[in-house]
Design a protein around this ligand. Sequence first.
Ligand code: AHR
Length: 502
Amino acid sequence: MAKLYIRETQSKGHLNAEIQGHFAEHLGRCIYSGLFVGKDADIPNVNGMRTDVVNALKELQIPVLRWPGGCFADEYHWMDGIGPKEDRKKMINTHWGGVLEDNSFGTHEFFELCEQLGCKTYVNANVGSGTVREMSEWVEYMTFDGVSPMADLRKKNGREKPWRVDYLGVGNENWGCGGNMTPEYYANLYRQYQTYVRQYDPSNPISKICCGANVSDYCWTRDVLSTCYYNAPEHLHGFMDGLSLHYYTTPNNWSSKGSATDFDQNAYYKTLKKAMHMEELIERHSAIMDEFDPDTKIGMIVDEWGCWFDVEPDTNPGFLYQQNTMRDALVASITLDIFNQHADRVKMANLAQMVNVLQSVILTDGDQMLLTPTYHVFHMYKYHQDAELLDSYFEGVNVVGDPSEYKMPQLSHTVSIAADGYITATISNLSSTDEVPVELAFTDLCPRDVQATMLSQHMQAHNTFENPDAVKEVPFSDYELTNRSINFQMPPCSIVRIRVKA
Ligand code: AHR
């Protein structure tokens, strides 16, 4: 029996809703056909946004959406994506499949999508191939409420009032696709560019995100922070509100990543083990950030994470379209648990990517749509958004995984309490073969008013357009209540979500 001790009055800190953020790039079928079909499409839409997809995403309470990239961001010129559609300049999307980008989804469409989703906005600006002027004029276009060249242009294009930009990324992966820069060179550019991110509405300041490291490039973190902190006024904490980190989980190597659906038990545990590497990355990058920013004023922004497998057979290799199994679901729950345990530093994270690209929550095919196992995890975890993390720890947890280098604890979890007084516990059984009895043991609480759901299937199970509900969250009532505890049996490869009134 694994026993989860929950101290229901001991808060360990706030879980920013943005930890459950998303990312949509001009890549493959994410924006075009996945989210946006245009007003004249046969697929039901509101102002060009797919009604089915938007409705499903609203169920997740999407907290924030990052756009337009990714690598695409550093070759995106925002002025090409405004004004009458027929006049918009076309370009080649050189990073992603070499396809023609007609810029029919631009700034106005992005904010329309975010308004429909009711989410915060994270715009990633171009440093790699853009200019300071281009970026600063974009900020003026989006956020200036008054008479100015860019505000007037926005009004001419049909938007009277400015939008709210919650987060602005100054470049993306500038150590790689965003310009192949050295940390010192990028950090100097960052200092320069961020100067011209003007705060036109001081009551809604734009949070500035500096490009952080790739995986374990600790030199990048240290060198960027050293340069940004050089002679910076103390209250500006290195001129940044956030520093990003990118880490993708892939079982093999970059030239052969492995199939998303056809894998054995070794690949299963290897993938979960690699997902757990996120914890070491957060801890080691945080330790460097602590040296410069001991009061944690700068958030760690994990604005790209998720599984990256080989593309589905017979699909464009540049479109990064992959299926999504129970293995992805458990990578999602493990990773969200890690973020939650480090929420003192991790202030936002963005799953890559929202629809039809990498570890998506939704896949589409023409007018059809399906929810992936990862979707259901986010649906189960949404109760942790803006909740307080509770002190909790497991005893009696078995070790699973084979061979020995892929050994791991069988259970992963998060427990939080929300403003409505509900405690939410999400527990994942990582074993692909073994069920496990679990006891949730409260300090004082006598559990009543319990609501529970479960996601459970074999490790390769996934949803297809022929069978879209093979893996789905279902009500769960097979638990026993005692004076201070909730007891239940978890099948292999499963996630349980329990909500109980405190
Ligand atoms: O998400 C796909 C790509 O991965 C992004 O464009 C890039 O930033 C990263 O390398």
